[in-house]
Design a protein around this ligand. Structure first.
Ligand code: GLU
Ligand code: MG
Length: 444
C-alpha cells in the first residue's frame, strides 16, 4: 500500500498531504505531511496533543474541567479511503484522520463517535443515509468590517450572475472531489448562497461536509471574497442553516414511507422522529452549539424554533417533505442544525436520539399544519409544541441531564465536549453580534 500510495503522490504531483480533523468546537484543523518523509508516518499517522479536543472556539488553550491537559498524546491516523487531491490547492491533497490512542480508536474522536452511532443503527437493522444542506454568505472586507456581496433576494437571477464565476468554480471543485452537486440558488440573505449535495451513507456524508466547507472557503478566498458559515451574521437577515436530511434503509429499501398508506410515514420513521423531538432540547447542544446559533433559531425564519414536526412545514423543527410521486415521503429534514456544528457529532447524536425513539417505541405527536409561531402560547401548549432553547446555556443544561445522549457520547467525550461548550458560553454570552461575528468569521 505505502509504495503504491507514494508512487501515486509522485505521479499526480502531490507535495503535501493534509491530515484533517474537526474538533469539539467544530474548527477544521490540519497537520500536513510532506511527500518526501510521508513513508515514516504511514503506520502511526501524526501526533497531536490530547488537549486538542478540549479547545473552545475563542483561543488555543484547553477549557477547564475537560479532563484533558498538556500531558497526553493521540495519533491522527489517515483514513486513506478519504484521500482527495485538492483541486483548489495544486500540490496538496487531504485525508481525514482518525484519532487513535494506544493503538485503539480514541473515545474522544468525533469520527469514531459517528461510526459507533452508525453501529447502533445497524443493531436495529438500519442504514442511515444523510445529506447536510449548507447555506453560507459571500462577503467582502470593507474599511470598517464586512459587507455582503449583493443586496438581492431569494433565487435572484441577478445574484446568480454576480456570483457566476465563484459559484461555478466551487461547483467544479466539489464535483472533482466526488461530491454530487444537486441544486444551487442564491438564498434569501444578501450575498447568501445554497448549494446542495446528493445524500450518501452517514460517514461519507459527514466527511463531505468537511470537504464542502473547506472548498467553499478556499475558493471564495481565491476570488477575494470571504465565505462564512457563521449561523447568524446580520441580525435582521436570514441565518445560515445546515439542515440534516436523513432516511433509513434496510436491504436496499427506503423505510421512511408507509407503503400501506400513501403519503404516510412508516412506524420506524415515526419512532425515529419522535426520538429526535424528544431529545431535541439537549441535542441542540450538538446541532446548534455556538452562542451565535441561538440568534438564528427564532420564529418565522424557517430555522426550526419549535419542537414539532409537519408535512412540508418549514417552521417545524422536523419537516417531512412530500415526494412528487409514490413512494412518499422519502426522507426527513431536521432544521434545528447549523454549520457551526461538528458534522460527526451532530449526525451521530441525531442517530442516537432517533434510535432511542425506536428502542422505546416513542409515539409521534400530531403533525403541525400551521406556522407554530402564529399560535398563541396556550394553543401551543395544548398541542404540546414547545419553544426550543433560546440560548446555548439552556441547551448545555439540557445535555447535562440527558442520560441517553451522555451515554452515547461516552464519559470522556461528554466531559470534554461539555467543558468546551461551557467555556464558550461563559466566554461569549455577553458579546454583542458584531464582536461575536468578528471572532467567529475565520473559524466557520
Ligand atoms: N435560512 C434558513 C435557516 O436558517 C433556512 C431557509 C430554508 O428553508 O432553506 O435555516
Ligand atoms: Mg435554504
Amino acid at each position: 500500500m505505502s509504495n503504491k500510495l507514494l508512487a501515486k503522490l509522485n505521479q499526480i504531483g502531490i507535495r503535501f498531504v493534509r491530515i484533517l480533523w474537526c474538533d469539539n468546537a467544530n474548527v477544521i484543523r490540519t497537520k500536513a505531511l510532506h511527500r518526501v518523509t510521508l513513508a515514516d508516518y504511514l503506520k502511526h499517522g501524526v501526533g497531536i496533543s490530547a488537549a486538542q479536543q478540549a479547545i473552545p472556539v475563542m483561543y488555543d488553550a484547553p477549557a477547564p474541567g475537560s479532563g484533558l491537559g498538556p500531558v497526553g498524546e493521540v495519533r491522527l491516523v489517515p483514513d486513506w479511503d478519504t484521500f482527495t487531491p485538492l483541486p483548489y490547492a495544486p500540490g496538496h491533497a487531504s485525508v481525514l484522520g482518525n484519532m487513535v490512542k494506544d493503538g485503539q480508536p480514541w473515545g474522544l474522536c468525533p469520527r469514531n463517535f459517528l461510526k459507533r452511532m452508525i453501529g447502533e443503527a445497524d443493531r436495529e437493522g438500519l442504514q442511515v443515509v444523510a445529506a447536510f444542506e449548507n447555506e453560507f454568505y459571500l462577503l467582502r472586507r470593507t474599511a470598517d468590517g464586512i459587507a455582503p456581496t449583493d443586496e438581492t433576494l431569494f433565487a435572484s437571477t441577478l445574484s446568480m450572475e454576480i456570483h457566476r464565476q465563484v459559484i461555478d468554480a466551487i461547483a467544479e471543485a466539489l464535483v472533482e472531489q466526488g461530491m454530487l452537486v444537486e441544486q444551487y440558488y442564491p438564498e434569501s440573505g444578501p450575498g447568501q448562497q445554497e448549494i446542495s449535495i446528493l445524500y450518501t451513507q452517514a460517514l461519507p456524508a459527514a466527511d463531505q461536509q468537511i470537504a464542502f466547507r473547506e472548498t467553499v472557503r478556499a475558493i471564495a478566498l481565491q476570488h477575494n471574497l470571504i465565505a462564512s458559515f457563521v449561523p447568524k451574521i446580520f441580525a435582521d437577515k436570514a441565518g445560515n442553516g445546515c439542515h440534516i436530511h436523513l432516511s433509513l434503509w434496510q436491504d436496499g429499501q427506503n423505510l421512511l414511507p408507509n407503503l400501506e398508506q400513501d403519503g404516510g410515514l412508516s412506524e420506524v420513521a415515526r419512532r425515529f422522529i419522535a426520538g429526535i423531538l424528544h431529545h431535541l432540547p439537549a441535542l441542540m447542544a450538538l446541532t446548534t452549539p455556538s452562542t451565535n446559533s441561538y440568534r438564528r433559531i427564532v420564529p418565522h425564519c424557517w430555522s426550526g424554533a419549535f419542537r414539532c414536526w409537519g408535512m412540508d412545514n418549514r417552521e417545524a423543527a422536523v419537516r417531512v417533505p412530500s415526494n412528487p410521486e409514490l413512494p412518499s415521503p422519502t426522507h426527513l429534514e431536521l432544521k434545528t442544525v447549523d454549520p457551526s456544528s461538528n458534522p460527526y457529532l451532530a449526525l451521530g447524536a441525531v442517530i442516537a436520539a432517533g434510535v432511542d425513539g425506536i428502542r422505546h417505541c416513542l409515539e409521534l405527536q400530531e403533525p403541525v399544519t400551521v406556522d407554530p409561531g402564529t399560535l398563541t402560547e396556550s394553543e401551543r401548549s395544548t398541542r404540546g409544541i414547545d419553544r426550543l432553547p433560546t440560548n446555548l446555556g439552556e441547551a448545555i443544561e439540557q445535555l447535562r441531564s440527558n442520560q441517553v445522549l451522555l451515554d452515547a457520547l461516552g464519559t470522556e467525550l461528554a466531559q470534554a465536549y461539555l467543558a468546551v461548550r461551557q467555556a464558550e458560553w461563559e466566554g461569549m454570552k455577553d458579546l454583542d453580534l458584531d464582536a461575536e461575528v468578528k471572532l467567529l468569521l475565520e473559524r466557520y
